[in-house]
Write a protein that binds this ligand. Structure first.
Ligand SMILES: Cc1cc2nc3c(=O)[nH]c(=O)nc-3n(C[C@H](O)[C@H](O)[C@H](O)COP(=O)(O)O)c2cc1C
Length: 175
């Protein structure tokens, strides 16, 4: 084995499934894909997003105190790429990336139409770790498509996989 530079060690986690982290603040819709998303606790249901404070979405989540997580299928890979390579400049970054959305059922958070799964989260904590901040979300509601029956069956849901550059995006499963 050869040494891997410590600043590149995070790439050993790839491929990872990107999740769209989104929120509404001051009438604007913010969104970014994140691969550093983790389940922290199942009871209560807590999730963590490791997010760079430099992102527009990060500041908006701190102000709004809530956010959504949306899992998109392989057909949305170009939109995910667009969200991950641009900074919010328009009033609605999701629509600018071609993603229609509505409101959450419990919280005022953007929920992307056609998602395979969605979580609505209230911001329950935050902690700096190096150049990122762990945003802890309390899951107040989670929903999934019929392809999830306790576990994913992967009959309809074909997750996007992100491998970083130069390979970029690929997908899990056929089609
Ligand atoms: C597939 C993918 C996954 C990403 N994962 C993360 C992540 O886990 N944490 C993070 O802080 N940034 C991550 N990024 C970077 C942000 O999504 C990206 O910088 C985005 O453009 C920020 O947008 P904003 O400034 O409008 O919030 C990722 C980018 C891509 C393409």
């Amino acid at each position: 084995m050869k040494k891997v530079g410590l600043s590149k060690a995070y790439r050993l986690f790839y491929p990872s499934v990107p999740v769209i982290v989104a929120c509404t603040d001051g009438g604007r819709v913010y969104a970014m894909p994140a691969v550093s998303v983790v389940s922290l606790s199942s009871d209560p249901a807590l999730v963590g997003v490791s997010s760079s404070p430099s992102h527009a979405t990060h500041g908006a989540i701190l102000r709004a105190g809530k956010f959504s997580l949306s899992w998109l299928g392989s057909g949305r890979v170009r939109a995910v790429e667009a969200l991950g390579t641009t900074r919010a400049t328009t009033k609605d970054k999701l629509r600018s990336a071609g993603l229609a959305h509505g409101k959450g059922k419990v919280l005022d958070v953007p929920v992307i139409e056609g998602s395979f799964a969605v979580m609505e989260c209230s911001l329950a904590g935050r902690e700096h770790f190096g150049d990122h901040e762990l945003l802890v979300g309390k899951v107040v509601q989670a929903r999934a498509a019929a392809d999830f029956r306790g576990y994913w069956r992967f009959k309809e849901y074909k997750p996007i996989l992100y491998a970083g550059s130069p390979d970029g995006f690929t997908t899990y499963g056929k089609g």
